[in-house]
Design a protein around this ligand. Structure first.
Ligand SMILES: Nc1ncnc2c1ncn2[C@@H]1O[C@H](COP(=O)(O)OP(=O)(O)OP(=O)(O)O)[C@@H](O)[C@H]1O
Ligand SMILES: O=P(O)(O)OC[C@@]1(O)O[C@H](CO)[C@@H](O)[C@@H]1O
Length: 317
């Protein structure tokens, strides 16, 4: 298996607060509180490491509270190449309603970064990346960085031969998708809402989602994965369109299911899996993560059994 690199420019400490029946506007009493290292690329790193990949994680974290990240990377055997900046990494509050199973996210802006810090991260990622191996660029951008920061990083890493997977949203995603054909990433994983936001219109049904994703593939993206929550995901590439899902489960926390899916994708890339095996791997990682709070997978055998059980529909190819 080739090594995996992840980049997180806006990491987060996730504070998950369990509430029996969350009521906005009322006094809610927490029945559980869990804190874990998070942010999309950190979550990808955690799940890929649990699978057994050799993972290097870089990005930006605040020097003030980096202990929780250092402890997490050490426990998972992840090479910690994060650039430390002034201040504290943001704390994002996740209110988990234990009755409905729904989670409400309160995501903070996080400390501002600058071009110098970004250049240091880019150099670190470039040094860790190897030709043909996957690099995941994931999450939002902190204040102070230009909206095309992921797009430029994707271009630099792609030019060095890395297979870049991007999971972001809003203007940062729009910049990535607006790149010239030769500068586009190898893969992107928007959820349905992010794809609709990029398209600037609601997309009514599965055919519409496949068509929007296929348009991106025609422009030069190798693989577009559209995640659909409990409905699974669409895997769209030239000559193969696959829908994959596992039965909906009651989640301990849905936070990071998309990141686990990206981890499944990057390990599939690292192992050169075929399109169907890639789809099975990705939905299996996502479903496997749902049983725990934080970026953790169960043992590989459990994940393999889920991959075998995934329902696969070939829509084309
Ligand atoms: N309740 C569920 N039951 C089974 N699988 C689920 C459920 N929720 C999510 N998944 C799996 O997780 C994948 C990713 O979920 P989703 O589409 O919500 O991603 P996301 O919006 O990027 O999530 P996040 O940003 O919280 O990580 C789905 O494609 C699906 O495979
Ligand atoms: O604010 P962003 O960067 O879009 O998302 C941050 C975040 O919600 O993403 C992860 C779940 O996907 C969490 O660990 C983290 O709090």
């Amino acid at each position: 298996m080739r090594p995996v690199v992840t980049v997180t420019l806006n990491a987060a400490v996730d504070l998950t607060v369990g509430v029996d029946g969350f009521r906005p506007g009322a006094v809610n009493r927490a029945v559980s509180v869990v804190s874990n290292a998070g942010g999309k690329g950190v979550n990808v790193a955690g799940c890929a490491a649990d699978w057994g990949a050799a993972v290097t994680a870089t990005g930006l974290i605040g020097r003030g509270n980096d202990g929780i990240f250092a402890g997490f990377f050490a426990a998972k055997g992840i090479a910690d190449r994060f650039v430390r900046i002034a201040g504290d990494t943001r704390t994002n509050v996740k209110i988990a309603d234990l009755c409905s199973g729904e989670t409400t996210d309160l995501n903070m802006p996080g400390p501002a970064a600058d071009a110098e810090a970004l250049a240091e991260v880019a150099a670190t990622a470039l040094a860790a990346a190897t030709p043909g191996a996957p690099v995941a660029l994931a999450g939002s951008l902190p204040a102070g960085l230009a909206p095309d920061s992921w797009a430029r990083l994707a271009r630099t890493l792609g030019a060095a031969g890395a297979r870049v997977v991007v999971d972001t949203s809003g203007p940062a995603l729009a910049a990535v998708l607006a790149a010239a054909p030769g500068d586009l990433p190898y893969a992107v994983k928007p959820n349905r809402h992010e794809l609709e936001e990029w398209a600037g219109r609601p997309i009514a049904d599965r055919d519409g989602l496949v068509e929007a994703a296929a348009g991106l593939v025609r422009r030069g993206i190798g693989l577009v994965v559209v995640s659909l929550g409990a409905d699974g995901a669409l895997f769209v590439r030239a000559g193969a369109v696959i829908a994959a899902r596992l039965p909906a489960v009651r989640a301990e926390s849905t936070v990071g299911a998309g990141d686990a899916m990206v981890a499944g994708l990057v390990t599939a890339i690292a192992e050169d899996l075929d399109p169907e095996a890639t789809a099975r791997r990705a939905v299996a990682f996502a479903a496997a993560k749902l049983g725990r709070i934080g970026p953790h997978l169960p043992a590989p055998d459990v994940v393999r059994a889920l991959a075998d059980a995934a329902e696969i529909t070939r829509l084309a190819g």
